[in-house]
Design a protein around this ligand. Structure first.
Ligand code: NDP
Length: 453
């Protein structure tokens, strides 16, 4: 059995059966058996079933949000927002089955046309930080395109995925279309990657495991999309609205207790503005409400596990340049206070590695050129922000920063309708928006000769 721990109390909140190789093989077989009829379903019918699933999730919104908040330790307000996004994601992709358009291409001697064909059984491996949200980014476009799926949630947070499987069946999705296996990545994840009946793996998690998955998938030439780690830069120029940038910066890295691949954990500040920025930042960080995830007012909860807290602590040794420290409850739970290190060099360990906890580094820069150089001096390339009142400069820098997702005078860059994914070792492939469907279809080209005789 998997004992599921509630991070805010350290108590066991549920016990669920632990799947192994046998259960994974059985789920793949069910998905394979369901594929032919799912892909042949009339587009309007597949769209209708996805809308019913979205409605069923909507009805269960509050229960799912509470389950997610307790299992991850995330603030209930955030969890509600995420479940809202899950519903919106299923609604958005419910429009896709009837819009999977091909092309006609001018050629000699006939008509040339393309079709977007589903891949077959798709294996989805998801992390513990945004469990149902990230699962929906994969499940919804995969199903819309006519694939069947086996979803493996992280062992630490399997509960909402298990609910999703039940809700999908209740909503009328045929048996075998959406299957969940809750078990260890080293067993169930590995099996999905090596199984010849799995056509594609979509993974979100650490760069280290992503690398292993890409290597394993090469054996059977599986399609792979990877959404991996990040070390994103929040670039604040001296001409920015410093107050707005400093008020927004804490939740751009401390939301979800910093366990966010998009966390803007390197705050690059133009040297002449560092003192003013830090003063404003201190007010925002110390005002953060850290505590019970089920309290509506809470902005930051605990970390996911004791192991994660130990890892995070290792980035803040006794001699670390701690400039700002927020609060954290002195009670059971994997708490860690929001912490800002300043000034930090971009080559320090805290600035180069993904901490995945509430620790931010403030790194001064001299000018635009240096800001871009530092922002790009990382193996990662997922997200980031640029704060400036000079619009031309903001756009210039946006074109230079090597990441997949950026925002200007804002830290929000993940939306149902726009593409999300990384450059460099943050992975490849795009989720959300129209692009996600490319990752769950193959393009087929058909030539039809029309010449007489
Ligand atoms: P992992 O990459 O280990 O886990 C992500 C998912 O992959 C989980 O479902 C996990 O299963 C599964 N998995 C683990 N090993 C394998 C494998 N060999 N083959 C197939 N699947 C596998 O992340 P962690 O949970 O260990 O977190 C470690 C670090 O990764 C974090 O501190 C953070 O830096 C980064 N991370 C980044 C995320 C992102 O959104 N980019 C999300 C999560 C983590 P299981 O956990 O059940 O064993």
């Amino acid at each position: 059995m998997i004992s599921v721990i509630e991070p805010a109390t350290e108590q066991v909140m549920a016990e669920v059966p632990r799947a192994g190789v046998e259960e994974t093989d059985a789920a793949i077989a069910r998905a394979k058996a369901a594929f032919e009829s799912w892909r042949r379903l009339a587009p309007g019918e597949r769209a209708g079933l996805m809308r019913r699933l979205a409605d069923a999730l909507d009805e269960r919104r509050d229960g799912l949000a509470t389950l997610e908040a307790r299992n991850v330790g995330k603030p209930i307000a955030d969890a509600r927002g995420e479940i809202g996004m899950v519903v919106d994601t299923f609604r958005y992709y419910a429009g896709a089955p009837e819009r999977l358009l091909g092309q006609t291409i001018p050629v000699a001697g006939g008509v040339d046309m393309t079709f977007r064909e589903p891949l077959g059984v798709v294996g989805l491996i998801t992390p513990w930080n945004f469990p149902l949200c990230i699962a929906s980014w994969k499940v919804a476009p995969a199903l819309a395109a006519g694939n069947t799926v086996v979803l493996k949630p992280a062992e630490l947070t399997p509960l909402t995925a298990i609910e999703l499987e039940k809700i999908a069946l209740d909503a009328g999705l045929p048996e075998g279309v959406l299957n969940v296996v809750a078990g260890p990545g080293s067993v169930c994840g590995t099996r999905l990657v090596e199984h010849p009946d799995v056509a594609k793996i979509a993974f979100t998690g650490s760069t280290e495991v992503g690398r292993r998955i890409a290597a394993g998938a090469a054996e059977t030439i599986k399609r792979v999309t990877l959404e991996l780690g990040g070390k994103s830069a929040n670039i604040v120029f001296a001409d920015a609205d410093l107050q707005a940038a400093a008020e927004a910066a804490p939740l751009a890295v401390f939301a979800n207790a910093g366990q966010d691949c998009c966390a803007r954990s390197r705050i690059l500040v133009e040297s002449t503005a560092v003192d003013d920025f830090l003063a404003a930042l201190e007010r925002s960080v110390t005002a953060l409400r850290v505590g019970d995830p089920l309290d509506d007012e809470t902005q930051m909860g605990p970390l996911i596990s004791a192991d994660q807290r130990e890892t995070v602590s290792s980035y803040v040794p006794d001699d670390a340049p701690v400039a700002i420290r927020g609060s954290a409850p002195d009670a059971p739970g994997f708490w860690y206070p929001p912490t800002v290190l300043a000034p930090v060099s971009n080559s320090d360990r805290a600035a180069t590695e993904e901490i995945f906890g509430p620790v931010a580094c403030v790194i001064p820069f001299a000018d635009e050129r240096e800001a871009v150089r530092i922002a790009n001096d990382t193996i990662y390339g997922l997200s980031g922000s640029i704060w400036s009142r000079d619009g031309a400069r903001a756009l210039r820098v946006a074109r230079e920063v090597e990441t997949g997702v950026l925002s200007i005078n804002s830290n929000s860059s993940v939306r149902v309708t726009t593409p999300f994914g990384g450059f460099k070792q943050s992975g490849y492939g795009r989720e959300l928006g129209p692009s996600a469907l490319d990752a769950y279809t193959e393009v087929k080209n058909v030539f039809y000769a029309t010449e007489e005789g």
